[in-house]
Design a protein around this ligand. Structure first.
Ligand code: SF4
Length: 458
C-alpha cells in the first residue's frame, strides 16, 4: 500500500455529511449501505425466510460508538441513506427511544431493525483495524451473508481485503507517495501544485478542471454554512455532558473587542468551534480530513474569506494544498483517531490548514511543506480520550487549538530560510506513524484513559 501511488480523490478526503465522527458515523453508514446492496443482490437470486440483519461493532466502534452515533449510522445506511444526502434532522431522530423500530426492504422481504439489531461487542476480536463492523443477513436462522468492514478514518471504508474508496484501475497523472516525489514533479514539469493536483484528480475521477473547481466550491460552501450556523446556534449539545455551545459567545466577544489585538484569535476560535459544535450536534459538516477535526480548516477558511478577503480561486487553490498534505498523511501514516490518537485527526487537520495558509499567501512549496511539518511536529503523541465517548471534550476546543497552531506554523515557516528546515514533512509523517503504533490502545478513541477518566461527569 505504501509503495502504491496515492489514488485518493480530493472529494473522498473532503466529504459533506452528518457529524459527529467520520470513522464512527460516515464510514459505518457507508458500510451499512454497501451491505444492503449486497443483501439485495443475494436476495435477487435466493429467497429469504423471515430475514433478519445483525450488526456487530468491535474495538473503538464498540467502546465509543454510542456517543459517536454509530448505532444511528448503521440503521441509516441499512435504510438506504448516504451521508451526503441524508436529512440531518431525520438522522439525529433515529433510535431516540430504545423501542424505535424501522423497516428496510431487502428485495421482496421487509427486515425489521431495532436497537437490538446492533451488538456492541466487548470481547476481543482479531481484525486488521480497530474500527471493525460485521454485518450478518440471517434467513431461517441460518447466516446467508456475512461481511466484515473496517472504518479506517475520515469516512473511508474497506471491506475485508478490498478498499471501497478508490478506483483501483485508474492512475494519477503525476504519481507520488512522498513530498519529495511531489516536489520533483513540480520541478521537472515546471508546473504548480494546483496544476499537479488538478491533473491527478482529472485522471482519477474523469472530472474536468471546471467540474473539480465547482465541487471544491460546493465543499467550501458547506464549510461556510457550518461555521455560520454554529455562530448562531445556542444552547446545550446533545448527550449526558450537558456541554453548552460557546462559539456564539466568543463571536460576540470578538466583535466587541474588534479594535484590540486579542480579537483576531478570538474570531478564529469562534469560527473553528462553531463548525465543531455543529459536528457535535450531528449536523452537516465537511470531513477535513475527519468529522472530529471538521472545525480546523473551515475555521481557517472562514477567516481567510471574511477577514483577508481572499478571492474564490485563491481559496480553491489553498484547499488543493491542504488536500496534498492530507493525502501524504493518510497514505504514509493515518488520519484515524483509532490508529493514531488525536494527532491523526487534529494533527492532520492542523498540518493541512498550515499548508493552506502558506499556499494562499503565495508562499513557495518549501514554505508550504515546512508549515505542514511544523504543525504535525507539535501534535506528535497527542492522545484521543473523548469524555463519555462524545466528540465534545476535548474535541471542540482542540479544533480551535489546532487552527491556532496551524497559524503559528505558517508564521514560523514563513520567517527564515525554509529550505534550511531540518526536518522534512516525509520524516515527520514517518515519526507520526511510529508514534501511533507505539501509543497504547487506551488512548485511541476508546474513552478508557486520559481525560475520559479524569472527569466522569462534567
Ligand atoms: S480527541 Fe481528537 S481524535 Fe479523539 S474524538 Fe476528539 S477530535 Fe477525534
Amino acid at each position: 500500500m505504501l509503495n502504491e501511488p496515492i489514488k485518493t480523490s480530493i472529494f473522498d478526503l473532503f466529504k459533506i455529511g452528518p457529524g459527529p465522527s467520520s470513522s464512527h458515523t460516515i464510514g459505518p453508514m457507508k458500510a451499512a449501505y454497501d451491505f444492503l446492496q449486497r443483501a439485495n443482490a443475494l436476495a435477487a437470486i435466493q429467497s429469504l425466510e423471515t430475514p433478519q440483519i445483525m450488526i456487530h461493532l468491535y474495538g473503538s466502534l464498540s467502546a465509543t460508538g454510542k456517543g459517536h452515533g454509530t448505532d444511528r449510522a448503521v440503521i441509516a445506511g441499512l435504510l438506504g441513506w448516504l451521508p451526503d444526502t441524508c436529512e440531518p434532522t431525520a438522522f439525529t431522530a433515529l433510535l431516540k427511544n430504545e423501542t424505535d423500530t424501522y423497516k428496510t426492504q431487502v428485495a421482496d422481504s421487509q427486515v425489521q431493525l431495532t436497537a437490538k439489531s446492533i451488538v456492541f461487542e466487548k470481547k476481543r476480536y482479531e481484525s486488521p483495524h480497530p474500527n471493525t463492523l460485521v454485518f450478518k443477513l440471517i434467513s431461517a436462522n441460518e447466516i446467508v451473508l456475512e461481511e466484515e468492514y473496517y472504518s479506517v478514518g475520515g469516512g473511508f471504508i474497506q471491506r475485508k481485503g478490498e478498499d471501497l474508496s478508490i478506483e483501483n484501475d485508474k492512475m494519477p497523472k503525476y504519481a507520488f507517495t512522498t513530498m519529495k516525489e511531489l516536489k520533483e514533479h513540480l520541478l521537472k514539469n515546471k508546473i504548480t501544485l494546483t496544476d499537479l493536483m488538478i491533473a491527478n484528480e482529472e485522471a482519477l475521477t474523469g472530472l474536468s478542471r471546471k467540474e473539480i473547481f465547482q465541487k471544491i466550491d460546493d465543499i467550501l460552501e458547506a464549510m461556510h454554512k457550518a461555521v455560520k450556523r454554529g455562530l448562531r446556534h445556542k444552547g446545550l449539545l446533545p448527550g449526558t455532558i450537558k456541554l453548552r455551545r460557546k462559539a456564539p459567545v466568543l463571536y460576540e466577544q470578538a466583535k466587541n473587542l474588534a479594535s484590540t489585538s486579542d480579537s483576531f484569535m478570538i474570531f478564529l476560535n469562534a469560527y473553528c468551534m462553531a463548525a465543531s459544535e455543529e459536528n457535535a450536534a450531528g449536523n452537516i459538516v465537511v470531513t477535513a480530513p475527519t468529522s472530529g477535526a471538521s472545525g480546523v480548516i473551515p475555521g481557517v477558511f472562514f477567516l481567510l474569506r471574511n477577514h483577508y478577503h481572499y478571492d474564490k480561486q485563491r481559496l480553491r487553490e489553498g484547499m488543493l494544498a491542504a488536500a496534498a498534505v492530507g493525502f501524504l498523511i493518510k497514505h504514509n501514516a493515518s488520519i484515524s483517531g483509532a490508529e493514531m490518537g488525536c494527532m491523526g485527526e487534529i494533527g492532520s487537520a492542523s498540518a493541512m490548514a498550515a499548508a493552506m495558509l502558506a499556499y494562499c499567501a503565495g508562499k513557495s512549496i518549501e514554505i508550504v511543506e515546512a508549515a505542514a511539518e511544523i504543525a504535525i511536529e507539535h501534535h506528535l503523541g497527542m492522545t484521543c480520550d473523548p469524555i463519555g465517548g462524545y466528540v465534545q471534550i476535548p474535541c471542540i476546543e482542540r479544533n480551535a487549538m489546532g487552527a491556532i497552531k496551524a497559524y503559528n506554523a505558517y508564521l514560523l515557516s514563513s520567517s527564515g530560510n525554509a529550505s534550511a528546515q531540518k526536518i522534512s514533512l516525509d520524516s515527520v509523517i514517518k515519526v507520526m506513524r511510529a508514534t501511533g503504533r507505539d501509543m497504547s490502545k487506551k488512548y485511541k478513541e476508546t474513552s478508557q484513559a486520559g481525560l475520559a477518566l479524569s472527569a466522569t461527569e462534567c
